[in-house]
Design a protein around this ligand. Sequence first.
Ligand code: MF3
Ligand code: CO
Length: 294
Amino acid sequence: MHLPNHKIGRNDPCWCGSGRKYKACHMAFDEKIKSFARQGIEVPDHKLLKSAKDIEGIKESAKINMACLDNVAAAIHAGMSTEEIDKIVYDTTIRMGGTPACLNYEGFPKSVCTSVNDEVCHGIPSDKAILKDGDIINVDCSTILDGYFSDSSRMFLIGDVSPEKKKLVEVTRECVEIGIKNVIPWTPMGNMGAAVHQHALENGYTIVREIGGHGCGIEFHEDPFVSYVSKPGEGMLMVPGMCFTIEPMVNMGGDDIYEDSGNGWTIYTEDGSPSAQWEVQVVVTEDGCEILAH
Ligand code: MF3
Ligand code: CO
């Protein structure tokens, strides 16, 4: 557990960079965090708390990220390859002055993840993967602009999709909405994850355990890991200024998954059932959260 810095004096400049004295700035805030830590609750380190300037930077990055997904939404259709989706994301990002965060990330070869049907996440765009009538696809986009990261994903229905798959996509969207409503400052993240999980279970679905959301903004993947199979009272305290993603992967069947041994990236459902995911990036505020990217 990381406790806030104890050594800073009352009259020293605040750690947040405001230029104000610590006692007039974040001292009471740090005392509040410390009181939770003393109760055994995991609390964020200062480096996870974004300044107003950081939030502005993330929002500028998110404009590009959301433009990529808007452009994909306008063009996606049956008969299109996922490679063409990659081109839309790459071209949009570069034209707007950003860098695709996925491209070359730990060797990932493309600018976006395209995950179809039983692909849970990290699908690799390919000219051989042609979208067909009845498919559901997650397009997961991440952008770097001036050192700031944004990350969001959306589902798309291709042509005539079965009612079962449509419902999966809709319930997964509701799961994210429930997550957003449950970002309550000064409560543990496990409460939010448990609410998301409950909605999936109530609809007869499961949520992937091993992969989830993450802090995001200054780095692509920061602490904490954001689980949706968590228990109330568990996990890191949600403190104003924290930025993270809400991105549950909801399976129509069981929660078991496996990784493609050929490409080392793509995750599939073990039982071949469809999987859906929506992703938003939020910042915790004084009275809830603000959506930075969707
Ligand atoms: N965008 C994904 C996420 O939500 C990460 C993809 S990493 C990649 O965390 F390398 F596969 F692109
Ligand atoms: Co993410």
